[in-house]
Design a protein around this ligand. Sequence first.
Ligand code: DUC
Ligand code: ZN
Ligand code: ZN
Length: 491
Amino acid sequence: MHFDTVIHDGTIITATETFRGDIGISGGRIIALAERLAGGERRIDAGGRLVLPGGIETHAHIAQESSGGVLTADDYLSGSVSAAFGGNSSFIPFAAQHRGQSIDHVIETCGARARRSVIDYSWHLIVSDPTPEVLEDQLPRAFARGITSFKVFMTYDLMNIGDGGMLDILTVAKAHGAITMVHAENNDMVKWMNRRLAEQGLTAPKYHAISRPELAEEEAINRAVSLARLVNAPLFIVHVSTAGGAAIVQREKLAGTRLFAETCPQYLALTRQDLDRPGMEGAKFMCSPPLRDAATQEALWQHIRAGTFDCVSSDHAPYRFDESGKFSAGRDVAYPKIANGMPGIAARLPYLFSEGVMKGRITANQFVALSATNAARTFGMKRKGSIAPGMDGDIAIWNPEARRKVTLADQHDNMDYTPFEGMELTGAPELVMNRGAVIVEKGALRAAEGQGRFVPRAPADLTARPGHIAKELDPAQNFGAPIAARSGGPA
Ligand code: DUC
Ligand code: ZN
Ligand code: ZN
């Protein structure tokens, strides 16, 4: 057998197995796994270090305009480089539709921007304007191109599509084998809190955390799940930040609901006290949903360990601490006018490895599941997320003993701060590959701009999520009303 590359003597870790051996790669794919493989134009000696599937980052805002017109600081070059240094071989940023835009236009714009990526990519569509044309023509065209997931918002006046809009999207998505992702926060609760805080002149960044109560997330997750259950459509709850929200996900998974969920490192590493820093420093820690408290961190770790979450994603939303980002509406503005989000695409996996695996909260196999395998299955990346013959040569070699302090320079992004600054982490990805090509090695970038490729995706893997048929949509129980047939069916 001819190998372009052999990775020799690795401790190979998948979501289910750990074994010592060699990996043979040819034509960008893994073609052999064995205790020992001879040959290879290039031989990489792993020396027993951990050989993992390259991470798949499924929540990143890259070259994305907010509804307020602010562009995130990372484009597809800097964003993908930062992801690669963080142990990722592919990512799925968002392609955001703003009101009045066609989905085809959004995909074309993102396609042009993504040509600079150094890692493989796809997009989740954000749908904010579900007109009949979008639902009937444009989304089906996107699915046919292999874009099989999108995000909707239950909050923000310019993005929120309402419960009826969500039912329409869930139904169309299901009919085409796509999965709907949701930002679940109760819009009216948040607006009510904003009004009360403004009336009392409470406008500093720390009040952002108060303005978006835990109950706003819990109520919206519950409602989103009910909407998805009505039409038996798969649903993915993004950035779960509360113990109550996680408990709903756990309950529904036990019941077999077609439900998936993620949480993010910032909800494990930081708290609302971080928003209470001097001056406007707290703005660096503003994201939505907001940071919570130590008890929540503990509960989220328990849910990670117990399998409630499918992914731990970064929600990389890079807005610089200047007029191009956080302060695009001015320096001394009230918190609702400060751009919402924080960077973390390079820190996601080192943080999860250090605090999760090295501190004994999760196993290395769980780390692989949370960082790559579940993402590949949920978002239909058939050749990614594991180490097996036939899979892409997307691999990260980790040194579990490397110790370092997080610095801005190590993030390799286009930001002027990292919220994880100064944290001491153990374990780091030292070599990263995408489709068999080394993209990061010995702290240096080896990838050429634009070598990433678009990945057409398949529907979500719904194994072990049988779902439920609502009586009122079951033709055997609803007097034969053809609601299911029109919607693509709840079965
Ligand atoms: N939602 C996100 O997913 N990221 C940034 C801000 C937001 O509201
Ligand atoms: Zn969101
Ligand atoms: Zn996000």
